[in-house]
Design a protein around this ligand. Structure first.
Ligand code: ADP
Ligand code: MG
Length: 334
């Protein structure tokens, strides 16, 4: 069942069109991730869905009803931001209970809902604390808990983990994934610029570029079958290697894209070659940066036990079937 339907949705600020004819169906219970370069309109799109910004063209439907003019509080949507915006003088319990108190919920209902949300987010030991006595990850969980108690149909997240350090990001990401598993009927829309978050959390990823949808698909769809040079370059870390000009000619393409993990590396022969300029040892594997006379170095993933030194010449060839060919306009050649 479709839960959210965006039909030709557009948004302009004065003369500037920030969102351009967005058409997208989001299923009930789906985890949809929006990614795209800074300024492409991700936050604006979330705010239009939440009702915090007026939609200037097209329609937004929730469960079959057009809600363009419906107040944010009447849309069944809760939003979690990058900054937690908790009330500093209120306990964790009171922060989470706030919306319910405003809505005149009974004491019992508040107790039941806050206790359940705290349990779900592993916040039970902290209910009496003030936000200032919590870590960043715990604070973000309180912000999520505050949204959960309202029992929203749709959850919107705008880069919720970007203020957290690496370890907390991982822990909180896993918690959000669990939350999604538990709340099977709750639709989640999540904005991030983090590749790992996008790939691991999403049922589908929507790549936005300059206010338009570039491609929508499952993480593996986008990873394996990018429909443009833009998506190929945007999805995946490290970025897909792009080989151009005369070095791409043997493949009858303007640009040949090959991911780091899809190159066969050799010390003595291969399709292309270059000089090692740097290596990064990650333990399990290493990234070898190679200059082959293009603007950006080629990145090769090799086994961690293989050693290359700066100045070494290495040869590399694409694995069978792992080549992405693009024409001069950035369209894939099939
Ligand atoms: P993202 O979240 O993808 O980084 P935003 O949705 O915040 O991008 O912004 C998209 C574009 O809309 C940007 O070019 C931004 O400058 C513009 N924009 C956002 N809010 C406003 C506003 N209130 N008035 C005018 N322009 C805005
Ligand atoms: Mg943003």
């Amino acid at each position: 069942m479709t839960n959210l339907k965006l039909v030709d949705l557009s948004k302009r600020y004065g003369q500037v069109e920030v969102l351009k004819h967005i058409n997208l169906d989001i299923r009930s219970g789906e985890f949809m991730v929006f990614v795209g370069p800074s300024g492409c309109g991700k936050s604006t799109l979330l705010r239009c869905i939440a009702g915090l910004e007026e939609i200037t063209g097209g329609t937004l439907e929730i469960e079959g009803e057009v809600v363009n003019d419906r107040a944010p509080s009447k849309r069944g949507i809760a939003m979690v931001f990058q900054s937690y915006a908790l009330y500093p003088h209120m306990s964790v319990f009171d922060n989470m209970a706030y919306a319910l108190r405003i809505a005149n919920a009974s004491k019992e209902e508040i107790e039941t809902k806050v206790t359940a949300a705290a349990e779900q987010l592993q916040l039970t030991p902290y209910l009496k604390r003030l936000p200032g006595q919590l870590s960043g990850g715990q604070r973000q969980r309180v912000a999520i808990g505050r949204a959960i108690v309202r029992d929203p149909k749709v959850f919107l997240f705008d880069e919720p983990l970007s203020n957290l350090d690496a370890a907390l990001r991982v822990a909180t990401r896993i918690q959000i994934a669990k939350l999604h598993e538990d709340m099977t009927k709750t639709t989640m829309i999540y904005v991030t610029h983090d590749q790992v978050e996008a790939m691991t959390l999403a049922d589908r990823i929507c790549v936005l570029r300059d206010g338009k949808i570039e491609q929508v698909g499952t993480p593996l769809d986008l990873y394996d079958r990018p429909e443009s040079l833009f998506v190929a370059s945007f999805i995946g870390s490290p970025t897909m290697n792009m080989i151009e000009g005369s070095k791409a000619e043997p493949f009858k393409a303007h640009t040949v894209g090959v991911r780091s993990e899809h190159m066969i590396v050799s010390a003595d022969s291969g399709t292309w070659n270059g000089k090692v300029i740097h290596t990064e040892d990650l333990g399990s594997d290493s990234y070898v940066y190679v200059d082959m006379g293009q603007e950006d170095p080629i990145v090769l993933r090799v086994d961690g036990s293989t050693k290359y030194r700066s100045g070494d010449t290495v040869y590399f060839s694409p694995m069978e079937g792992r080549i992405h060919r693009f024409d001069g306009t950035g369209k894939p050649i099939t």
